[in-house]
Design a protein around this ligand. Structure first.
Ligand SMILES: [Zn+2]
Length: 233
């Protein structure tokens, strides 16, 4: 490689290293943040499931009490009719029919409520399990960050130091164009395969590639601006 291309390559490799360490740190932090949010969501879902179960329990208790009261009233009315102590026979008969119908209705509702209680209980158990899982995931994410954080900082400091050194080795004329490539988050070094830039697929003039391969000149791709590498050949 042309010595100036070597300098660009060294700088590019240093930048790729810095980028990858920063990206690794960002990924670890992002995972921690997303697991914190997931845990909050899981707690809210668990609390909602608990509230739904409590509401169904209250409804069921209320229904049971009402059922008991109408059953008692039904039995008392029936007793009055049986022993002839009802003050008004027709009224008592209507009341008995009424109570029987209500007891029937409340019993049906009671069965439905028991089914709902089972369902709500299962939902709460599932929500609680999800919360426990979310808690473990958050702990694991924190541990992963904690296990890597100190080493990452050391590695990043070293990578930035290396970058500093290779930056100074880059000839002045290349500093602005290279910084522009970085600013645009573009690839600084591009390979040419079968006459085309692998990054943007633009055709590369054979003369240019030839000069790059013979280390006579440094050229950039007209499409993406990346510095042309001599290629595997
Ligand atoms: Zn290109």
């Amino acid at each position: 490689m042309h010595p100036e291309l070597v300098a660009i390559s060294n700088l590019w490799q240093a930048d790729v290293r810095v980028d990858s360490l920063r990206a690794e740190h960002e990924r670890l932090v992002a995972t921690v943040n997303s697991t914190i949010q997931a845990q909050k969501d899981a707690i809210a879902a668990r609390d909602a499931a608990k509230a739904a179960l409590d509401a169904t329990k209250t409804e069921e208790r209320h229904n049971s009490r009402e059922l008991d009261s109408y059953a008692q009233k039904r039995d008392a009315t029936k007793k009055m009719l049986d022993d002839g102590s009802a003050p008004n026979y027709e009224m008592a008969e209507r009341q008995l029919a009424n109570c029987i119908a209500l007891v029937d209705e409340l019993e049906t509702k009671g069965l439905d409520l028991l089914d709902r209680l089972d369902a709500r209980t299962a939902e709460l158990a599932a929500a609680e399990k999800a919360r426990v899982d979310a808690e473990s995931a958050e702990k694991a994410a924190r541990q992963a960050l904690g296990a890597r954080d100190a080493a990452l900082r050391v590695e990043l400091t070293e990578a930035l130091r290396v970058r500093e050194v290779v930056w100074k080795e880059l000839p002045f004329d290349y500093q602005t164009p290279y910084s522009e490539i970085r600013r645009r988050k573009r690839v600084a070094l591009v390979n040419v395969v079968e006459g085309n830039c692998v990054v943007c697929h633009m055709r590369v003039a054979p003369q240019k590639l030839n000069e790059v391969m013979l280390k006579r000149a440094v050229h950039t791709c007209v499409g993406c601006g990346g510095y042309l590498l001599p290629g595997p050949g």
